[in-house]
Design a protein around this ligand. Structure first.
Ligand code: XMP
Length: 185
């Protein structure tokens, strides 16, 4: 897998210190207020699990699953696969945690859906933010790093289902996502 990475953008130490910084911001924002971290699967599973272990105040954890059917590197039609139970949303302060904020379509849709289901407050926290690609206006309340318009993998982020287990974030070599899908393994 390492051979498919053009260059490392954030190494393990940088990820750790960036996550520490944002965990401290989240802790200060929710001190004394109950809240639920809603991890957006699958991409945020690694970031969310590192983040919550650095937040030393009570929180609950829930999951939502969203996927977009594009051509592998472009966002396409968004499908919401499953939601937390209504009792985990209604009247709660929710912090949506996602791997990357790209066009903004996923998080803006999820914020709307959570409000529709009765959430008291919905905020968002992203590991990466790619502002150059925004198609709908959206600002995350918390973010670890900003990235340029590159296709990135690792630390939960995938291409065609692979590379999520890389411990760092890297830019994928163009030849890896431009070759036929069947060869991208
Ligand atoms: P939107 O466009 O809705 O996208 O903000 C959010 C989802 O798109 C995926 N995405 C990426 N995945 N490398 C990836 O591995 C990327 O550079 C990238 N850009 C967008 C991701 O699933 C994210 O949750």
């Amino acid at each position: 897998m390492d051979h498919d990475v053009e260059r490392i953008l954030f190494n393990e130490a940088e990820i750790r210190s960036g996550t520490d910084r944002v965990a401290a911001e989240v802790t200060a924002a929710y001190a004394g207020r109950p809240f639920t971290v809603v991890s957006v699967l699958k991409g945020s599973c690694i970031f969310a699990s590192d983040l919550i272990r650095r937040i030393p105040i009570p929180l609950e954890l829930a999951f939502v699953s969203a996927s977009s059917y594009g051509d592998g590197t472009q966002s396409g039609r968004l499908a919401l696969n499953f939601f937390p139970a209504e009792s985990e949303i209604a009247g709660r302060n929710l912090l949506l945690v996602d791997d990357i904020l790209d066009t903004g379509k996923t998080l803006s849709r999820l914020v709307g859906e959570m409000h529709k289901r009765g959430a008291a407050e919905v905020r968002s926290c992203v590991f990466l933010d790619k502002p150059a690609r925004r198609a709908v206006p959206f600002r995350a309340d918390f973010r670890v790093f900003e990235v340029d318009d590159l296709f990135v993998v690792g630390y939960g982020l995938d291409f065609a289902g692979h590379y999520r287990n890389l411990p760092y974030v890297g830019a994928l070599k163009r030849e890896c996502y431009e070759r036929p899908r069947s060869a991208a393994r």
